[in-house]
Design a protein around this ligand. Structure first.
Ligand SMILES: Cc1cc2nc3c(=O)[nH]c(=O)nc-3n(C[C@H](O)[C@H](O)[C@H](O)COP(=O)(O)OP(=O)(O)OC[C@H]3O[C@@H](n4cnc5c(N)ncnc54)[C@H](O)[C@@H]3O)c2cc1C
Length: 475
């Protein structure tokens, strides 16, 4: 009997497994592929995911493999400078191939004691009052208290649950691959720049050592998108859009992706939950999907662990859906808007020029970047201090940095007053008294995911909020 079985060893499942292990939860990750993929989908981490890595002491590993870029220019690829004074200690995009992100997250999960079983495909599930029975393709049956489907956009778990996945089907398809070219780099860059003036879904970028990442609209729609395209399809479409195929040859890998936009109606059915692409899919414009999945896992991990460890207050696990469903719905909406702005049609192009002009207003640019980077996310915890429900940025303390205090995934009372107390919850919450000049409230209570659960200075008020997130005091 496992505490939690995680179906899918992509970034969402691996992040979740690590979060569960921080709380001693016995977690098993089932991954159907026997080897990691070499196909690179996501190219980077946005600010909130960078903060998440920092909160868990993992950022150094990611910085060692990534390159920092300005955050400007991510909304529909409209080229604008980064807004000044973003509310974060990490105002950059970290360019890092998803294959490396996946590897780093797998290493971390394993270090923390999660078991990752490759070549194990979940094909069946049933649940009762006490747990979930999972069936694998080879007939093996496994049992756990909870199951989380992190098994991607075509999620078997979601389908077996019968959870609706409403939205729009794929209407346009794009070819993506890594390959070599014979065209000289200067000529290639000039042609690409010219084509991109009209066709925003077209691009060729150097990856080093003569290899290029090629993105070009497909001719139509493949009957089965899991079947990779041929290099000849790339040549043909490059000629259609650029008038030349740049002499592409020697592909490393070739793939295609669609623009379907869908969201699961429910993220939880009793003992089975959904996270990441299993819960929401959208086209990759803006680079949000992997980030959203990591942040789903960050929201869910401590809540599920609290349930397993027996201190979760009523409704805590359901707050995963209540908090994360609207966030993904907003991402889908934002992505739909961006896709319109990528269209070469005159109407959307005119709207794109207008949006571009509006983005010259600092506040508009900032608003859009806060959405893309997810630092603007605010959960609805009810009325109260303006920080309530928002994640807190890293700040300097007299004794170091705030995020250093969050590595273990526990709650935190950061207290300038020295008069407050969380006695009774000391097994779940750290209490740190620090006279930081950068904390502009007397005290804040942070959940394990860094979101502000309470701000103020009154002990009775604090006591009224502690059980909502951290359950009953220990006797
Ligand atoms: C071309 C492209 C570019 C992208 N660029 C970006 C970007 O720049 N930034 C960004 O944030 N996102 C980007 N994305 C999106 C990102 O790749 C996904 O959102 C992300 O991989 C989702 O992670 P996940 O763990 O939820 O799902 P996945 O990465 O799909 O992982 C699911 C895992 O589950 C496994 N699995 C499936 N079924 C089963 C089963 N029945 N049993 C066991 N295992 C199973 C799969 O093998 C897979 O390993 C891009 C996507 C595409 C297609």
């Amino acid at each position: 009997m496992f505490d939690v079985i995680v179906a899918g060893g992509g970034p969402t499942g691996l992040m979740l497994a690590s979060e569960l292990r921080l709380h001693g939860v016995h977690a098993l990750v089932l991954e159907k592929e026997s080897e990691p993929t070499e196909f690179v989908r996501a190219l980077g981490l946005h600010v909130r995911s960078i903060e998440v890595m920092d909160q868990r002491g993992l950022l150094g590993r990611f910085l060692a493999h990534g390159q920092q870029y300005p955050v400007g220019g991510f909304f529909a690829g409209i080229d604008k400078p980064s807004p000044d004074r973003l509310d974060t200690a990490h105002p950059y995009v970290l360019g890092i191939p998803q294959t490396i992100t996946d590897r780093l997250l797998a290493e971390r999960a394993t270090e923390l004691g999660a078991e990752i079983r490759r070549g194990c495909e979940l094909v069946g599930l049933s649940q009762d009052d006490h747990g979930v029975t999972v069936e694998l393709a080879d007939g093996t049956q496994l049992r756990s208290r909870y199951l989380v489907g992190c098994d991607g956009g075509r999620s078997t778990v979601r389908k077996l649950l019968g959870v609706g996945f409403p939205g729009e089907p794929t209407r346009v398809e794009t070819l993506l691959g890594e390959m070599e070219v014979t065209a000289p780099p200067e000529k290639l860059a000039a042609v690409v720049a010219e084509v991109r003036k009209t066709h925003k879904r077209f691009g060729i970028a150097p990856l080093g050592e003569g290899v290029y990442r090629v993105v070009v609209p497909a001719e139509g729609m493949a009957e089965d998108r899991t079947v990779p395209p041929t290099i000849e399809e790339f040549r043909q479409q490059l000629r259609v859009f650029a008038g030349t195929d740049f002499g592409v040859h020697s592909p490393r890998w070739l793939s295609r992706f669609g623009d379907a936009t869908r969201q699961a109606e429910r993220y939880r059915v009793d003992r089975v939950l959904l996270a990441g692409d299993a819960a929401h899919i959208h086209p990759p414009v803006g680079g949000r999907g992997l980030n959203l999945g990591i942040q789903d896992a960050f929201n869910l991990g401590w809540k599920l662990a609290a349930e397993i460890n027996g201190w979760a207050p009523e409704g805590l696990l359901d707050s995963y859906h209540t908090e994360r469903h609207p966030v993904a719905a907003d991402v889908l909406e934002n992505t739909r808007a961006q896709m319109q702005l990528l269209s070469p049609e005159p109407g959307p192009q005119a709207v794109r020029r207008l949006v571009s002009e509006l983005m010259d207003f600092e506040n508009v640019n900032r608003y859009l970047i806060e959405r893309i980077t997810a630092i603007g996310v605010s959960y609805d915890f009810g009325a109260g201090h303006e920080l309530l429900g928002r994640r807190m940025r890293d700040i300097g303390l007299k004794r170091g940095h705030l995020y250093e205090l969050l590595h273990d995934g526990r709650g935190l009372l950061l207290d300038r007053t020295g008069r407050l107390s969380v006695t009774g919850w000391a097994d779940r919450i750290d209490h740190v008294v620090d006279g930081s000049d950068e904390l502009d409230v007397p005290a804040v209570l942070l959940r394990p995911d860094g979101h502000v659960a309470w701000a103020g200075e009154d002990q009775a008020d604090l006591l009224s909020q502690l059980p909502r997130w951290f359950g009953a005091a220990a006797s």
